[in-house]
Write a protein that binds this ligand. Structure first.
Ligand SMILES: NC(=O)c1ccc[n+]([C@@H]2O[C@H](COP(=O)([O-])OP(=O)(O)OC[C@H]3O[C@@H](n4cnc5c(N)ncnc54)[C@H](O)[C@@H]3O)[C@@H](O)[C@H]2O)c1
Length: 291
């Protein structure tokens, strides 16, 4: 049994709560937090269990918890990651947060075993993350490029260069492929924090060889697409190359495809399994683990 705290109650959070309450042998819901508390009261489980509603993240610490699952916004991770890790393992659903240098110290502390608790990062739409991690650990990874292609209405961009191009594409109904932004994943995370979690995960997988400043990401709009396409080009030493193309059917305008919800749940189950295996170890140290 894993005691979970759920931070965020949008599409992913609601999906996860339903999964947790349907699997009472595996999960105990300790709390659910959402920026807008009223959204929580619409759920029948929370109406019947008001003690599970957490009104402020500053109150975390009073509960007995195994894992905190964040599915809200990168800013929540940036603000609370240290506090979360003091009390539990942390599953980060918004890994584009790691593009913020404010989290470097926190990640370094976990990577170097200075914490008891781990950071789990869901691989999401990233195919082959373990192979990439292995290449990176062996220092045999020399370049990584990742391209995401979607219908223009599937992008949620922050104000700036990429959004200006997207707005023009939407206004002029531009056909065919248009590059909205190409640059380091660190830069791209600022433009599209909700769309490029997969790219952030790739940047983490490529560490210590490459990381957020060396992996190159590109977001492309194509109004003919009814799927989310992710292309990853891996380059290693001595002419080694791998290219993967993931094509995930998704309705026009959808930010997250159905396969992503299922993949998210699989990642949580894997994180819980890893945690349960290690929880009684007296020498347990934290790690950053892609699941
Ligand atoms: N890793 C992945 O593969 C993957 C896949 C899907 C979603 N996500 C991420 O998970 C998170 C939730 O996704 P979703 O589809 O449920 O989104 P959503 O828009 O349906 O819900 C977001 C939730 O977070 C809250 N929120 C929004 N902005 C906030 C802020 N600045 N501070 C605190 N709370 C805020 C909203 O109130 C809402 O409850 C997002 O960050 C999204 O990028 C990651």
């Amino acid at each position: 049994m894993v005691r979970v705290g759920l931070v965020g109650f949008g599409k992913v959070g609601q999906f996860l709560l339903d999964e947790f309450i349907n699997q009472p042998d595996k999960f105990e819901v300790v709390f659910v937090w959402n920026r807008t508390g009223s959204a929580l009261l619409k759920h029948s489980f929370l109406q019947g269990h008001p003690e599970c509603i957490l009104d402020s993240l500053d109150k975390i610490g009073d509960q007995d918890l195994d894992i905190i699952i964040e599915v809200s916004h990168p800013s929540t991770v940036i603000k609370y990651a240290n506090k979360f890790l003091e009390v539990a393992n942390l599953f980060v659903g918004s890994p584009s947060a790691f593009a913020s240098k404010d989290l470097d110290e926190c990640v370094h502390a976990v990577q170097t075993g200075k914490t008891k608790n781990s950071i789990y990062v869901p691989v999401g739409a990233l195919w082959g993350s373990r192979d990439i991690s292995r290449l990176a650990e062996m220092k045999k990874l020399t370049a990584l490029n990742i391209t995401m292609k979607k219908h223009p209405t599937s992008y949620r961009l922050e104000e700036g260069e990429a959004k200006t191009v997207l707005d023009r594409v939407l206004r002029e109904e531009t056909e065919g492929e248009t590059i909205l932004f190409k640059g380091t994943v660190r830069e791209l995370c600022k433009h599209a924090p909700n769309n490029v979690n997969t790219m952030a995960c790739l940047a983490l997988a490529s560490s210590p060889s490459l990381g957020f400043d060396a992996v190159i990401g590109c977001i492309v709009s194509d109004p003919a697409l009814q799927s989310h396409v992710i292309e990853v080009d891996v380059v290693g030493q001595n002419g080694f190359k791998v290219q993967t193309i993931r094509d995930n059917p998704a309705g026009v305008g959808a930010v997250t495809g159905r396969a992503t919800f299922d993949s998210f749940l699989c990642s949580i189950l894997e994180a819980c399994q890893i945690f349960e295996h290690s929880k009684h170890s007296k020498t347990r140290v934290g790690k950053v683990i892609l699941v």
